[in-house]
Design a protein around this ligand. Sequence first.
Ligand SMILES: [Zn+2]
Length: 279
Amino acid sequence: MEHIPKTIFELYVNEGLGTFKIADNLNNQGYRSKNGSLWCRETVNQVLRNPAYIGNVVHGKRRNMLQREYEDDGKMTKRKIQLKTAKEEWNVVENAHEPLIDHAVFYKAQQILLARGHKRAPRRAYHPLTGILFCGKCKEGMVCQKRSYKGKEYRYYICKTYHKYGRNSCDQANVNADEIEEAVLSLIRIKLLNIPSETFTIRIAIEKELGRLEEELKTLKSKIQKLTKDQVALFQQRELFTEEVYTQEMLAKKQQIQVASVESEQLTRKIENRRVHQK
Ligand SMILES: [Zn+2]
């Protein structure tokens, strides 16, 4: 397979083909990339940018680092992570091995890459159906792209397989974004009209009830807090009372706290139950 990188450089530099066409070419001839998948823009790009083809070996593209993490209880742990380093930090060993591609060809390719870089793939557009819309032919997702034509901008949903690997891999036609979005929207409207309105009413009622219960729980919890504070205050001022009064008062507070705690537990369980039903 050594001849594939050579072919890629040849097609790119001498034949003037773009990365998309080159990928299509290789796929049509039955070649697959290193990991056995079809060639695409990115994998062709990777080959064109790889300095190993002119015999250079790059070290230090990644750096190990310890990252501190804090858990909920304030405990600190350290985790090993790998960071990509800046190009300036790389350590390049030139002519570490026999070059496969001629230096001049390689640098010519870098020039073309740079020149083409800023007018690469069309910009991504606002795309509400991405992740929802799938190609009926190959089952891959459809991605949205903007294309300008005679000064006007159009949005299209395009099959990912076609976008990556070309027409031979999937011949799904591009779909006008405005049209399909409008079609999906009107389908949703019809579906919504067919849902009995009681479903909504019940949901809203449950939500209201939940809100009320949560409010109740909040009140109860602040009541417990206040009672506990009273208890402390009472204890600190115990010399001001007769022993009998002090004991009675303390007992009363203790009982009130117990009652409120039981109520709070019941309420919490009730809320959890409602939440489960809501789902
Ligand atoms: Zn497709």
